[in-house]
Design a protein around this ligand. Structure first.
Ligand code: FES
Length: 158
């Protein structure tokens, strides 16, 4: 007896021209594996928002423990979407965590020293300049200051 689920799968294979179950599963896995993971999010207790300044406690941010790491601050309540890349021992770059194309998240790739859209289609240099992508627009970069174990981000200046 055919269940609704089996019919759907069979219909899908027929519609896509895939003629074996193994090939269909392999193709779906390949398609879903496209692109890159976004930068990991930091905990809400690792930062404080004070007016136009966001202070990140680096001692509570293990996601940024090594040069080349990146981490995201996603705070929908306060409309904050940032990505922080650690580009040197004491150097950090903060950017808007929205690709100019369709606002998807980013990650930092230390080998190419670029911010990458999770789709893999857009790239930006740490100064925000456009490298490639469907929309030739820069990435917004925010001014930040390292003070001891805190990174103070100026949300107005970017
Ligand atoms: S959303 Fe980044 S390239 Fe489309």
């Amino acid at each position: 007896m055919n269940t609704a689920r089996e019919m759907t799968r069979r219909d899908f294979i027929k519609a896509t021209g895939l003629f074996t179950g193994g090939l269909a599963v392999g193709s779906l896995t390949f398609l879903s594996g496209c692109g890159f993971p976004a930068a990991p999010g930091i905990d809400h207790d690792a930062y404080i928002l004070d007016g136009d300044h966001l202070t990140v406690r680096l001692d509570k941010t293990p996601q940024l423990s090594r040069v080349g790491d990146s981490a995201a601050v996603i705070d929908e309540k306060n409309n904050i979407r940032l990505i922080i890349a650690r580009t040197g021992e004491t150097k950090y770059v903060v950017a808007l965590n929205e690709c100019p194309h369709r606002e998807k998240q980013l990650r930092y790739d230390s080998s190419s020293e670029t911010f990458l859209c999770v789709t893999g289609k857009s790239e930006f240099k740490p100064d925000g300049s456009y490298v490639k992508g469907p929309v030739e627009a820069p990435l917004r970069i925010y001014r930040s200051t390292l003070e001891g174990k805190t990174l103070i981000i100026d949300l107005k200046n970017g």
